[in-house]
Ligand binder design. Structure first.
Ligand SMILES: [Zn+2]
Length: 297
């Protein structure tokens, strides 16, 4: 989490633009059934129990108001009140949806917005790789879609490229991840979108990305990534574990047990062995003595 102090750096202009670019009825409509009533939307208030709607949402003015309980606020307030997000997290989520960048926000690893990926996530970029602000992707659009896209960009007063980026991020919400294997999540039956898991799936280092994907949605691993992951699973040097009764090192495959620094350090070796470019003997080995010296867990 970024310290709340960074809220100070957000200019009123930025927040105004964020509110202007956010469709409040769309945002609230995701959790509260709303019906259009004149220039406003109406629904049952999410802040108090009621059967006849006294909660209104005004897109033009960017606020919601409840005539029953007096609840009142804007998009940011709605997220902090209903989801318990901090101010900055709410801003970050809205900015993400609006395709806006938070000025001066530190590029924090775990909250960084997903970049549009290049052709292959497996090419280049190892340990602490330099991260460009964006990556160029060639998109082919048919002429009609291209034109409509141009108009949409004009309507939102942004560049076409920024519009496409926003549209992709928005579309990621409606693509579910297959086989989400995480169990700590409440409501495990629920379908989880790629966007919801963005902060868990996206990491600067390729090794972290592949591990996160393998542990979250293994069905999405490419064939190459599967080969690498198999070597990783089998390698006790990379996992926290314990000695079993026979004195053998044993470990359970799971997010908390992977020693990510070690995987990062040895990533190229694992990759090359998996692709048959290097002998298996080059992989880091593990022995009781090594683990005793080296592993404080
Ligand atoms: Zn109310």
């Amino acid at each position: 989490m970024v310290a709340t102090g960074s809220a100070m750096t957000l200019s009123p202009g930025f927040l105004d633009e964020l509110r202007a670019r956010t469709s409040l009825s769309t945002l609230i409509g995701r959790s509260v059934p709303l019906r259009k009533a004149g220039r406003e939307f109406k629904g049952c208030c999410p802040f108090h129990k009621e059967t006849s709607p006294s909660f209104i949402v005004n897109d033009e003015k960017g606020f919601y108001h409840c005539f029953g309980c007096g609840a009142h606020g804007d998009a940011i307030r709605f997220l902090t009140e209903t989801r318990g997000l901090s101010f900055m997290d709410a801003v970050r989520e809205l900015a993400d949806q609006a395709g806006m960048r938070i000025p001066n926000a530190e590029p924090e690893k775990h909250t960084a917005r997903p970049q549009i990926a290049g052709e292959s996530l497996l090419l280049g970029k190892k340990g602490g790789a330099k991260l460009n602000r964006s990556e160029t992707v060639t998109v082919r659009l048919d002429p009609k879609l291209n034109y409509l896209c141009e108009l949409a960009a004009r309507a939102q007063r942004r560049t076409k490229s920024s519009f496409i980026e926003w549209a992709v991020a928005d579309a990621l919400r409606s693509v579910s991840l297959p086989e989400v294997v995480e169990t700590e999540d409440f409501g495990s039956e629920r379908e989880v979108s790629i966007q919801e898991k963005a902060s868990q799936l996206w990491h600067v280092d390729e090794s972290d990305r592949v591990a996160a994907l393998a542990l979250t949605a293994p069905a999405l691993l490419t064939h190459e990534e599967q080969l690498i992951w198999r070597l990783i699973r089998e390698n006790g040097y990379l996992w926290r574990g314990r000695y079993d009764k026979q004195g053998e090192w044993s470990w359970t495959i799971g997010e908390g047990n992977l020693v990510k620094e070690r995987l990062r350090e040895n990533w190229d070796i694992f990759k090359e062995v998996a692709l048959g470019e290097r002998p298996k003997e080059d992989l880091p080995g593990w022995s009781k003595s090594l683990l005793d010296d080296d592993v404080p867990f």
